[in-house]
Design a protein around this ligand. Structure first.
Ligand SMILES: C[S@@+](CC[C@H](N)C(=O)[O-])C[C@H]1O[C@@H](n2cnc3c(N)ncnc32)[C@H](O)[C@@H]1O
Length: 323
């Protein structure tokens, strides 16, 4: 790493925060498809004129807005992803990243004294709703390439999505395999229920609210999906979850795990190692695991034929068959 890169990394939060603050104030959505002056935006976002003017100049400097004849316009990227009216908007995902600012602010203390764990705020219905929406927005880009790595058992009919969140992966699976029936289990299923109805899949996808570690699960499943769930749990509970998944499967059924998997020394990919630290601060119970750790637990739980696939540089899938 060069000195310039080091300084870029040290100051990266300032640029990131400029984007996240603008999202929080609703600037991109207020601009929408038209051009707006700083005064108009200050009025519609409820800010001071001076503060808004400086924010808009910073956003234009970063290439996140365009300035033409004293009016600010969204870029094509902004219209697609930052304007809340776009079907591909990631405004809730950016809200979640802004929320993680608090987790990072408490990180020094968490590392010194131990993580305080899940903040009471994360248990509220509003947090869980926005979190589920954030997960759904994140899956816009990820669900299909992820599902492309799966090889379902022949004639698969029934699947269980444990910690399915907004149901994005269940919906993508049901769309890809038109005869598949699925059950999404999560501590909060309000958003999943609405999205499944919107997608007209309520005849094939069902939801159940409950705790993954204690709720009775169905049996004889062809497929169990654990997508971005293990990093919420400690080692002991992750292994418990894998054993519960095995019990829910028929012999020959497949467990499909989607995760930020780490290499054996747990240092790369860097994005996964950094996300693992964030999970320590955010959840207090979880972290990311290495491919080898997950595979050893699967073997121990009675799975075999483990296969690893890469989805992105830091996200992968692991499939395992119940022997
Ligand atoms: C990171 S999200 C992943 C959501 C979805 N599977 C995806 O990949 O987009 C983790 C999900 O696990 C759920 N979850 C975590 N711990 C849980 C528990 N003990 N019981 C039920 N659900 C839980 C959360 O509510 C959340 O929806």
């Amino acid at each position: 790493m060069t000195y310039q890169q080091l300084m870029g990394l040290a100051n990266g939060y300032a640029e990131s925060k400029t984007l996240l603050v603008a999202n929080e104030l609703g600037v991109f959505t207020a601009i929408g498809t038209g051009g707006r002056s700083a005064e108009q935006l200050a009025a519609s976002c409820g800010t001071t004129r001076e503060g808004m003017r400086l924010l808009l100049q910073a956003l234009a400097g970063l290439g996140l807005l365009r300035l033409k004849t004293e009016r600010y316009w969204n870029t094509p990227l902004g219209r697609r992803f930052l304007d809340g009216a776009s079907p591909l908007a990631i405004t809730n995902l950016l809200w979640l990243l802004n929320h993680h600012w608090m987790d990072w602010s408490g990180m020094t203390k968490a590392i010194r004294r131990g993580s305080p764990g899940w903040a009471p705020l994360t248990k509220t219905a509003n947090f869980q709703r926005r979190f589920a929406l954030a997960m759904q927005e994140r899956s816009h880009m990820l669900a299909h390439p992820t599902i492309d790595t799966f090889r379902l058992p022949r004639q698969a009919e029934r699947f269980l999505d444990l910690g399915g969140g907004a149901g994005s992966y269940a919906i993508a699976l049901a769309r890809r395999y038109p005869t598949l029936q699925g059950l999404v289990v999560d501590q909060s299923v309000t958003v999943a229920k609405r999205l499944i109805r919107q997608e007209r899949l309520a005849d094939r996808l069902h939801v159940q609210e409950g705790d993954l570690l204690s709720i009775p699960l169905p049996t004889d499943m062809d497929v169990v999906l654990l997508s971005n769930v293990l990093h919420d749990f400690n080692e002991r509970d992750s292994q418990r979850l894998l054993r519960r998944a095995k019990k829910a499967l028929r012999r020959g059924g497949k467990l499909l795990i989607v995760e930020y998997f780490l290499t054996q020394d747990q240092t790369s990919p860097a994005e996964a190692a950094v996300f693992s630290l964030l999970m320590y601060g955010f959840t207090g119970t979880g972290r990311c695991y290495s491919w080898n750790e997950a595979e050893a637990w699967l073997t121990e739980a009675g799975f075999g034929r483990c296969r690893r696939h890469k989805v992105t540089g830091s996200i992968g899938t692991m499939e395992a068959t119940k022997l």
